[in-house]
Design a protein around this ligand. Structure first.
Ligand SMILES: [Zn+2]
Length: 191
């Protein structure tokens, strides 16, 4: 390679680098081509990898977002002690009421008895019902937002290749489903 060719190469890269800096695209590659596309990665059940700033894995043959799964796991996780009375939570009933009430079973019983004494229980149970519905709506919105974001959803073939779904459910169809679902849930609320 003679000097002229080298100079030419350098200047081409430098121009591209300068363009990237100006456009704020500092992480962009200045070299074209090499090892850039990765359409068919070989992944198998249990693999964990980073992609678009998120951590993914393959569970039951489907590509899934790990952060999302962790969030759902944490929601129902039982702490050792009740946040209200600080007593050890060990009963099976504690496990059942904690995800919804964030306190132990005894505290829930006490709280509801107190409300009944004050004649506020109907109001309370209506509010509770609405809260549960709202939680379902929020979870549903999250779920659908993820589905829409991953409109190029992919699945894993038996050979372990990740392939994109083409011509799957359209964005409009998903949005329509989302609105219908929310409407249905909203109507279950006590007004
Ligand atoms: Zn308690």
């Amino acid at each position: 390679m003679n000097d002229n060719v080298l100079k030419k190469e350098f200047s081409k890269k430098d121009v591209q680098r300068a363009r990237n800096l100006i456009s704020g695209n500092t992480s962009a590659r200045t070299t074209e081509g090499v090892g850039y596309t990765k359409k068919h990665e070989h992944r198998v059940e249990g693999d964990v990898w980073e992609e678009n700033g998120r951590t993914w894995t393959i569970k039951n043959g489907l590509k899934q977002n790990i952060t999302k799964m962790d969030k759902f796991k944490k929601m129902g996780k039982l702490p050792l002690f009740c946040p209200e009375c600080n007593k050890l939570m060990k009963k099976n009933l504690d496990k059942q009421v904690y995800p919804a009430y964030q306190k132990c079973f005894d505290c829930v019983v006490d709280y509801e008895a107190e409300l009944q004494k004050q004649g506020k229980s109907e109001e309370y149970f209506n509010e509770l019902r609405n809260q549960h519905i709202q939680t379902a709506i929020d979870g549903y919105k999250d779920f659908m937002a993820d589905r829409m974001k991953e409109s190029n959803a992919s699945y894993v073939t038996e050979a372990g290749d990740i392939e994109s779904w083409k011509g799957g459910v359209s964005q409009e169809q998903l949005e329509k489903e989302l609105q219908e679902g929310i409407e249905f849930l909203e109507n279950l609320k006590v007004k």
